[in-house]
Design a protein around this ligand. Structure first.
Ligand code: GRF
Length: 202
C-alpha cells in the first residue's frame, strides 16, 4: 500500500477527489494518509477530517521558505509517504524540497501548460482569447508550473465564459484526470525521458 500526502491551502476539492479515488478503486493500492495545510482555516482541513484523514497545519508565516519546507519534510518522512500531491497549495516550494522529492511531487494546474502558469490561469486564458483551455497534471520541479507533463484535458472557452464559469468546467476535468495521473504514476510502468513521461508496455 502506497501513502499519499496531499498539500492544500484552501477549498480542497482536488484533495477530496483524490481521497475518494483511493477508496473507490480509481487509485489502486494507495491511501491518502496525510493532509498538510499552510493555512489554519483552510476549508479542506474539515473535509479531510470528516473523511478520516490525518491533518496537520504548518503555518509558513515568519519562516524562511526552505525552513518551512524542511518542517513539512520531517512530517512527511516520519510517515513514510510515497507521493506528494499539491492540490491548491498556494506556496512556492524551495529548490531543496523539489530536489529532495524529485519525481515524487505532482501538481494540478488549471490551464494547458505551458500556457498561463501562475495565478488566475482562467482569467489569463480569457484575456488571451484562447478558444480552448483545460488542466494539466505535472511532475513538480524547481520552476513554477513547469515539470514534465503527466496528463492534460481540454475544455472549450466560450465567448460567454467568465473566469468563474471556465473554472467550474475545468474543475470537472481536474477531478477526473488527477486521480488517473496518480494511479498511473503509482501503478503503471513509465519512464521519464527529459520532459516526456511515457508509458512503457509491460
Ligand atoms: C484548482 O483549480 C487547481 O488546479 C489549482 O488551484 C485550485 C484548487 O482548488 N492549483 P481546490 O482547492 O482543489 O478545490
Amino acid at each position: 500500500m502506497k501513502n499519499l500526502a496531499i498539500l492544500i491551502s484552501g477549498r480542497g476539492s482536488n484533495m477530496e477527489s483524490l481521497i475518494k479515488a483511493t477508496r473507490d478503486g480509481r487509485i489502486r493500492n494507495a491511501q491518502a494518509a496525510l493532509v498538510i495545510s499552510n493555512i489554519a482555516d483552510a476549508p479542506g482541513l474539515h473535509t479531510a477530517s470528516k473523511l478520516g484523514v490525518e491533518t496537520l497545519v504548518l503555518d509558513h508565516r515568519g519562516k524562511k521558505r526552505e525552513e518551512h519546507d524542511r518542517q513539512m519534510a520531517a512530517e512527511i518522512d516520519a510517515r513514510n509517504m510515497d507521493l506528494i500531491c499539491l492540490a491548491g497549495y498556494m506556496r512556492l516550494l524551495s529548490t531543496w524540497f523539489t530536489q529532495e522529492y524529485e519525481n515524487r511531487i505532482l501538481n494540478i494546474h488549471p490551464s494547458l501548460l505551458p500556457a498561463f502558469p501562475g495565478l488566475a490561469a482562467q482569467q489569463q486564458a480569457i484575456d488571451h482569447g484562447v478558444k480552448f483551455s483545460g488542466c494539466t497534471v505535472h511532475i513538480v520541479d524547481e520552476h513554477l508550473d513547469h515539470g514534465p507533463i503527466v496528463a492534460q484535458s481540454v475544455v472549450p472557452v466560450l465567448a460567454s465564459d467568465t473566469p468563474e464559469s471556465l473554472a467550474s468546467k475545468i474543475l470537472v476535468e481536474e477531478h477526473r484526470i488527477y486521480p488517473e495521473a496518480v494511479d498511473f504514476l503509482l501503478n503503471g510502468r513509465f519512464r521519464i525521458d527529459g520532459r516526456r513521461v511515457q508509458a512503457v508496455d509491460a
